[in-house]
Write a protein that binds this ligand. Structure first.
Ligand SMILES: [Zn+2]
Length: 467
C-alpha cells in the first residue's frame, strides 16, 4: 500500500514499525460547537484509510483525543479558550458543553458510517501525563518558564520546520483577528505547554501543577495521549491540512524532544472542503452540519459518497447542486446493487481476485474515486449474482456506503398486506398538506403511527418504514 507522506512530500510504500500492525492517531475535535461538514470530510477520509489498512490485512489500533481544554481561538496560543467561549455563548458549564458536543460529534460519526476509534480520550483525563511530559522537557532544557507560563523553546531544535514547505509568512504567529502576540515567548514560534498565569480570570478548568494552578496548552494533548496508548513510536498520524502548522509541527517538536528519537513515520493530511465563496468556516455564511443536510432531505451517506468521489489531497468545493448530483448517482448505484439477483453460490476465487484488485488500486494513496469506479466494473463483471454481492460487500467494508445493508432494512417495508392502505393514507396526507389542512395531515400521520408506520419527509417525497 502506498500513501503520500507530508513529512517527505512523496508517495511512499507504507511499512509499519511492527510487521502486520499499525498504530494510528487522529486529532479529535475541540468540543465547543458542532463539527461542520468540512471537518467531517477529514474524518471520513481517515476512516477510509483505517478501513483500507484493515482490508489489506493489518491489525490497526487507532487513538483519538477529545479537546476539552486548552485550545485557544488562535491555534498559536492567543485569544480565548474555545471551551470557555462555548460555555459563555450557551450559558452552560464547560463540562456540559463538552458532553453535549462530544455526543453530537459521535452521532455524526454514526450517521456517516465512520468507525469509532479504538480509544477515545478526553484531554481532561490526562493532566498527570501532561505534567510529566512538561517536567521532562524542562529537565532536558527544551522548555522554559516566562510570565509564569511554561513554553517550549523551538530554538533548541535542529529542525523545527519539519514539513519543509512553509515560508516565513506561513509561520507568522498571532496573525489572527485582534489577537496580540505573547511577549513572554523567546522565539516567535515558541508555544505554551502549561498556562499558569491565565489571561482569563474565569478559566473554568484548572489543576495544580509544580508551577502553580493552571491548565495545559493544546498541542501537548496529542503527544501525551498518543504515547499513552500507542507508545513512543507511531506509524500514521492523521489530521486536516490546517492542523499541519502550528499544531502538528509543535506535536513533533515536543514529542521528539521528549523521546529523543523519531516519533511518527507517516503524516496523512486531508485537504479543505471549500464552499463557493472560499474556505468554509464557522464565521461566515450558513453553518453546514450533518443535521442541516438531513433537514434538507439528504442522506448523510450521500455526503460520504460525495467526499469519496474526489481525492483527499485535492480541495473539494461544496454546493447543494454538487451534493444533489452525488446523491442521485449514489441512489442509482445502490438501486443497481439491490437488483443484483441472489443466484448461484459464491465463487471464492473471483472474490479474492477482485479483493486484490481493489487493494492495489485503492491502496494507491487511498484512491476512493477509483474504488467507486471498481463498483461499476463489478456490476458488469461476468460472475453470478451471489459473487457480485460478496465482492460489493467486501468493498463496502472500506467505502462504507451501506450498499447492501440498508437495502435489507428497507426491503420488508414494501411487503405486507396493508401496503395499499398505507400508501393511500400517505397520498391523502400529501393532498391535505397541499391544501394546507395541516390538522388533517397530522391526524393521518398519527393514525399511521398507531399502525406502527413512521413517515419521513424527504427531498424525494415521503418515505415510510415500520417502527
Ligand atoms: Zn492533535
Amino acid at each position: 500500500m502506498q500513501i503520500f507522506n507530508t513529512l517527505t512530500r512523496k508517495k511512499e510504500e507504507f511499512v509499519p514499525n511492527e510487521p502486520g500492525k499499525v498504530k494510528m492517531y487522529t486529532c479529535g475535535p475541540t468540543v465547543y460547537h458542532f463539527a461542520h461538514i468540512g471537518n467531517l470530510r477529514s474524518y471520513i477520509c481517515e476512516d477510509v484509510l483505517e478501513k483500507l489498512l484493515r482490508f489489506s490485512g493489518y491489525d490497526v489500533k487507532r487513538v483519538m483525543n477529545i479537546t476539552d481544554v486548552g485550545h485557544l481561538s488562535s491555534d498559536a496560543d492567543t485569544g480565548e479558550d474555545k471551551m470557555l467561549s462555548g460555555a459563555k455563548r450557551e450559558h452552560k458549564s464547560v463540562m456540559e458543553i463538552a458532553k453535549y458536543y462530544t455526543d453530537a460529534f459521535f452521532s455524526d460519526f454514526a450517521k456517516l458510517n465512520i468507525k469509532m476509534p479504538d480509544v477515545v480520550e478526553p484531554a481532561t483525563n490526562c493532566i498527570p501525563e501532561f505534567i510529566h511530559m512538561i517536567e521532562v522537557l524542562l529537565e532536558k532544557g527544551y522548555a522554559y518558564k516566562a510570565g509564569e507560563n511554561i513554553y517550549f523553546d523551538t530554538s533548541k531544535l535542529d529542525k523545527y520546520y519539519v514539513f519543509g514547505n512553509m515560508s516565513e509568512e506561513d509561520l507568522q504567529v498571532g496573525v489572527r483577528e485582534d489577537v496580540t502576540e505573547d511577549t513572554n515567548k523567546r522565539n516567535k514560534n515558541d508555544f505554551v505547554l502549561w498556562f499558569t498565569k491565565s489571561k482569563f480570570e474565569d478559566q473554568a478548568l484548572k489543576w495544580p501543577s509544580p508551577w502553580g494552578v493552571g491548565y495545559p496548552g493544546w498541542h501537548i494533548e496529542c503527544s501525551c495521549i498518543s504515547m499513552k496508548h500507542l507508545g513512543e513510536r507511531m506509524d500514521i498520524h492523521c489530521g486536516g491540512i490546517d492542523n499541519m502548522f502550528p499544531h502538528h509541527t509543535n506535536e513533533i517538536a515536543q514529542s521528539e524532544a521528549f523521546v529523543g528519537h523519531k516519533w511518527c513515520n507517516y503524516w496523512f493530511h486531508v485537504h479543505h472542503l471549500n464552499d463557493e465563496t472560499g474556505k468554509m468556516s464557522k464565521s461566515k455564511g450558513e453553518f453546514l452540519t450533518v443535521s442541516l443536510l438531513e433537514e434538507k432531505g439528504y442522506d448523510p451517506i450521500a455526503y460520504r459518497f460525495f467526499v469519496l468521489q474526489s481525492h483527499y489531497r485535492k480541495p473539494l468545493t461544496f454546493s447543494y447542486e454538487a451534493l444533489g448530483q452525488a446523491a442521485d448517482t449514489y441512489k442509482k448505484l445502490k438501486d443497481r446493487v439491490l437488483r443484483i439477483p441472489e443466484e448461484g453460490s459464491i465463487d471464492e476465487a473471483a472474490v479474492k481476485e477482485w479483493h486484490d484488485k481493489f487493494a492495489e488500486i485503492v491502496g494507491n494513496d487511498v484512491n476512493t474515486a477509483m474504488g467507486i469506479t471498481l463498483l461499476y466494473d463489478v456490476l458488469k463483471a461476468d460472475v453470478n449474482g451471489a459473487t457480485k454481492r460478496a465482492i460489493i460487500a467486501d468493498y463496502d467494508t472500506v467505502l462504507g456506503l451501506r450498499l447492501l445493508t440498508e437495502a435489507a432494512a428497507e426491503a420488508p417495508a414494501a411487503e405486507g398486506e396493508d401496503v395499499a392502505e398505507i400508501e393511500a393514507l400517505i397520498a391523502e396526507r400529501t393532498a391535505a398538506k397541499k391544501a394546507k389542512d395541516f390538522a388533517k395531515a397530522d391526524a393521518i400521520r398519527d393514525q399511521l403511527l398507531g399502525m406502527g408506520i413512521v413517515l419521513e419527509d424527504t427531498r424525494e417525497g415521503v418515505k415510510w418504514k415500520r417502527a
